[in-house]
Design a protein around this ligand. Sequence first.
Ligand code: ATP
Ligand code: MG
Length: 749
Amino acid sequence: MDYLNKLNDKQREAAMHTEGPLLILAGAGSGKTSTMTCRIAYMIRELGISPYNILAVTFTNKAAKEMKDRVEELIGESPNMWILTFHSACLRILRSHADVLGYGRDFAVYDPTDQKTLVRNICKDLQIDTKKFSHAYFLGAISKCKEDRISPEEYPREYGTDYREQMIHKVYQAYEAALKKNNAMDFDDLLLNAVKVLEQDGAALRKYRNRFHYIMVDEYQDTNQIQYAFVRLLAEEHRNICVVGDDDQCIYQWRGADIRNILEFEKDFPGAKVVKLEQNYRSTGTILDAAHSVISHNASRKAKKLWTEDAGGSPITYYRAEDERDEASYVASEISRLTEGSYTLEEGRKAGRRYKDFAILYRTNAQSRTFEEALSRRGIPYQVLGGLRYYDRKEVKDIVCYMRLVQNRADDLALIRVINEPKRGIGGKTLEKLQTLARVRGESLFDTLLDEDVVASLSAKAGKGIRELTDLIGGLYREQANMRISDIYDRLLVGSGYMKMLEDQNTIESESRIENLMEFKSVIIDFEEDDANMTLAEFMERIALLADVDNHDSEENAVVLMTLHSAKGLEFPFVFMPGMEDGLFPGWRAFDRPDGLEEERRLCYVGITRAKERLWMTGAEQRMLYGKTDYTRESQFMREIDPKLISGDGVMQKKRSNAEGLRSGMWRSEPVRPFDQLKYARQQTKQNVAAMQASAEADFAPGDVVTHRKFGEGEVLSSDGKIVRVRFADGSEKKLAIGFAPLEKRGRI
Ligand code: ATP
Ligand code: MG
């Protein structure tokens, strides 16, 4: 029973209240999850309840695994206990009962890629122009319908029969029919169909009600209506339901989470016992006060405040860096300093800090890149959780392969990776044949593709695609010395069709890929700013070093990087929250929805309360996003924190007065919305490429004055329609390829 003795009175009361509905509503770090784990152990060990009769659900696999591990630490291994995510619990139920709904039990589960393919095929059949209405548009509408439980049949009644609605209706109908025909379900179906099984099959409902006498839900504040229905159906009879959550931590409303589920629990289960935990065991008083001062700006919340025995604690360190590189290197240097042991006693109350004690929690995935680089430079091991390391991302790898090809056309591996990316009609078999041919001839794959006879033997589509590809790579190869790396990059992105492919996909996922590719331009411009004469080969070498730093062997002891969203429920001794700038956090998109800003603020509260001992909040005075630098304004959340809690080493004061100075001159009244910044970056990329291509149309004649993006102003000496000779201001003469050279005609001497 020693584990029960470790709980405080309130927690113990909750853990031992096993019959009847129970709500544990409490702030972050008050031991909600710990109480729930002890409650499970108590039921099994002390009350002799079979693990078989217990269902505990949560949201992420990581949280579910952690809970299971902690329970098993107390009671030993227990294979038939269901501690799962909602989706896996529903999947298990469906594996036994999907036949009720007319599915075979071995149904397939379609992931988002499968869904996309399916909708695309449907649009083709229905002759819908996917340029006007993307498959994401339809999938979004379908998902919303499933969440609201509107079937294809009910759709017209619910939404009317205007042109668009008719189209969605048709696609939805065909989509559902295809899933049925293929014996498949999508992720939304898993939840929805499990609920349907419980509703329609009395025997199944009885079976699970009899099995799960005791039901527990962690992070209940983030349940949506279907998850809610699922829990209610199972719990209604025995009413032994315990839900745990914190209304201040609801951060998934954008995905249908309904905060009312937790606020109205007492109405749903009359007679529910409500336990409020007020003592926080995770964080110092300073961290808690900061969290509280931010969240108390939310109008729609139940007032509650946490206290801790650890009343003091180091102040929160606020660093407003010059720019995002400065921000990242500051964070890396702080981590170095604290792990090397050269810190004062107040700073690290326990000696011997390890890398895994640190977490960097950012708002958007695109922020991870600068931190990865800064950490690599200092040799600090890190792992990116819930996402890929920047250079491991597919789109980044693809574009790097294109660049490798420009640098070295014999790089077969790079070519194989991108030859059908975007689709050029080169299937696996064709590629194999081409590779064999290249091997037999003893030449590179690229050289084989230069052979007109080979190209002519391909399908018309493939032939055209390959010609375009080899022209592009060949042209850039010849001109690379005359181009800035960023121009080569833009040209590859647009000329290869990669950008267009992502734009056509028009999904959340492809949008974020475009963001990452625009972010890659920041990498390039960073390098160009350091060394304007860097060659492509040098650049590729530097990138290869960054991409290859092998931090994976020390994952056990590595700094953790992840988004604020995925950090829910976790804790770390030392936490960094970078990007504290208006427009980034809170993100501008927050202002597009009524409760948007409040949800961002809850996310900030989640972030702050992940820290046990120390918290750093940082921002950058100027931030380069997608290759374009802008001045930023300090996050309004920063201003909401009581200044007394923030370290008074003058950093903020100094930075603030700096900002004043800037404000008079360069400071914009409104920072550029990152959203627009992205749009701007994309436009720039296209304009840049258009300008290069336009040089093909221009008629260059001796005596024309031109500007070249890399070499500046010059005078045309001669031109044969393909190559133009230009003398530049520094006296150098260059031969430039028309159509590739970023050359603009200015007039005549
Ligand atoms: P969140 O809202 O972030 O999910 P939570 O309420 O679930 O937080 P836990 O993660 O369960 O909180 O606990 C936070 C920390 O406090 C953990 O490190 C846990 O071990 C510790 N803790 C919880 N209860 C006690 C207690 N009674 N005595 C000492 N430490 C405790
Ligand atoms: Mg928790």
